[in-house]
Structure formats: structure tokens, C-alpha cells
Ligand binder design. Structure first.
Ligand code: NAP
Length: 245
């Protein structure tokens, strides 16, 4: 499905991002796993078991860091990535009444500004190289349905969805499609850090009765990145097991 394609996956060292790297490599793409945690990015590349895949350090909040990775990909492979998946993300929950501005902004910085920087610089590189491409942004169902303790995270993810639609509209004529995925509760280190009593309340609200697996999100990311989704752009697709319907 992705043979001949070159993928850049942010947050590629863990959870959904790592699963995206694995599914995209299985589908024939060469993969650059990029993560704040360089060791985990390299670990992902090692799991893919071929020298054509690499793990690199990346801080999505830093324009210099994003530019260095985009440049590094072009130098190494002779072309920019034509599949970009923005999976780097953080949460830092607390009730609205207790949330401090720095905590609010930190989450927006990684989730929203990071998605902007990586999308901007990587699609500029596609346009310069005159190649078509696809961007997949990992948003969240809690950007759409209400949630408690996540006003920073929910706002950032609603922003990612809106950003994706505008990017799709501006970049469509350049041959670049942009889509968002809205996962529900997926079994990753991010969700493992949630208090058990919260998970006990949440799981009964999931129609399929269980959290999702990272690869269940990754399969959709690979499809959206591929030509099989050639007429999809500006879409937000839910992978929630029925949570929030
Ligand atoms: P995860 O396992 O914590 O993976 C997130 C990865 O992003 C980590 O490797 C993290 O590195 C990296 N990261 C954090 N800040 C970064 C930065 N500034 N620059 C580059 N990389 C950075 O979480 P996940 O559950 O796979 O989440 C992946 C995406 O899915 C996130 O955008 C998340 O919001 C979204 N999502 C997850 C769920 C879920 O239920 N799991 C649901 C909806 C949406 P460190 O480990 O070093 O921090």
C-alpha cells in the first residue's frame, strides 16, 4: 500500500506513533521515526529491522529542530517525506479551576504548535520538490465530545482538527491531502498513566467494551496516507470503539 513512499512519523518512539511506523514499514514505506526521546525513536527503527528506516531526535515545539529533521530526511533519502504523521503529543490534566496558564500553554505548544510546524515545514519541502503527499494528524475524540480535567488537551485537539481542515483546503491544489484521526482511549503509555478509577468509569462508556490497541489507529493512518484514500482530504475519522457516539 505504501511501497516507494517515505514516511516521517513524529512521536514515533512510543504508543500510536510507534505502531504507525510498524504498519507503514510493513506496507512498504521507508520510515523516519522522530521523537523527543531519541533512544525510543532509535528503538522503533531497530524494531523495523532494516537499515532503510531510521530513528532521529525531534522536538516538535522548536522550529529549528523541525527544520533540521526535514533537511536531514531530504539529505539522507534525496527527497522529502511524502507521508507525514503528526503523533507527538502530551497531556497534563487538571480541573479547569486549578489549571495554571503555563500548564495550559505547554499542551497547546506540543499538540497544536508542533502539528503546525511539522506540517508547514514538511509540506513546504513537498511543494519545493514538486511531489504529492499526505499529512495525517492525530487529534482526539475529546476535542469533539466533552471530557473532564482536559481543557488544555481538548482545546489543543479541537485546534488540530480545525487546523487540518484549513491545511487541506490550502494544500489540496498542490497535491497534498490532510486528514485527522480522532482516537478514543487507546492502550499506550499516555493512557496507562491515567488513574485506574478514571479508566473504570470510562471503559463502560466504550461500545466495544475495551480500550483500543495502537495498531488499530495505525492501520487507519497508513490507509489515509496511501493512494487508497486518494479522494479523502479534510476529514476527521473516529477510531473510538464507539465511545462518544
Ligand atoms: P505516547 O505513548 O505518550 O507517545 C507520545 C510520544 O510523543 C512520546 O514518545 C513522547 O516522547 C513524544 N513527544 C512528546 N513531546 C514531544 C515533542 N515536543 N517533540 C517530539 N515528540 C514528543 O502517547 P500516545 O498515546 O501514543 O499518543 C500519540 C498521539 O495520539 C498523541 O498526539 C495523543 O494526544 C494522541 N491520542 C492518544 C490517545 C490515547 O488514548 N492514547 C487518544 C487520543 C489521541 P516522551 O515520551 O519523551 O515524552
Amino acid at each position: 500500500m505504501l511501497s516507494g513512499r517515505l514516511a516521517l512519523v513524529t512521536g514515533g518512539g512510543s504508543g500510536i506513533g510507534r505502531a504507525v511506523c510498524q504498519v507503514m514499514a510493513r506496507e512498504g514505506a521507508r520510515v523516519v521515526a522522530a521523537d523527543l526521546n531519541e533512544a525510543s525513536a532509535k528503538e522503533t527503527a531497530a524494531l523495523l529491522a532494516s537499515a532503510e528506516h531510521v530513528g532521529v531526535p525531534l522536538d516538535v515545539t522548536s522550529e529549528e529542530s523541525v527544520a533540521a529533521v526535514v533537511r536531514g530526511v531530504r539529505d539522507r533519502y534525496g527527497a522529502p517525506a511524502d507521508c507525514v504523521v503528526n503523533s507527538a503529543g502530551i497531556n497534563d490534566d487538571s480541573f479547569l479551576v486549578n489549571m495554571i496558564a503555563a500548564q495550559f500553554m505547554k499542551v497547546l505548544d506540543v499538540n497544536l504548535k508542533g502539528t503546525f510546524l511539522v506540517t508547514k515545514l514538511s509540506t513546504n519541502a513537498m511543494i519545493d520538490a514538486k511531489i504529492d503527499g499526505s499529512v495525517v494528524n492525530i487529534a482526539s475524540i475529546v476535542g469533539k465530545v466533552s471530557s473532564i480535567g482536559t481543557c488544555n488537551y481538548s482545546a489543543s485537539k479541537a485546534g488540530v482538527e480545525a487546523f487540518t481542515r484549513t491545511a487541506a483546503k490550502e494544500l489540496g491544489r498542490k497535491g497534498i491531502r490532510c486528514n485527522a484521526i480522532l482516537p478514543g482511549f487507546i492502550d499506550t503509555p499516555m493512557v496507562a498513566a491515567m488513574p485506574e478509577k478514571v479508566m473504570k468509569l470510562l471503559v463502560p462508556l466504550i461500545v466495544l467494551g475495551r480500550p483500543g490497541r495502537p495498531e488499530e489507529v495505525a492501520e487507519l493512518a497508513a490507509f489515509l496516507a496511501s493512494d487508497r484514500a486518494s479522494y479523502m482530504t479534510g476529514a476527521s475519522v473516529e477510531v473510538t470503539g464507539g465511545y462518544g457516539i
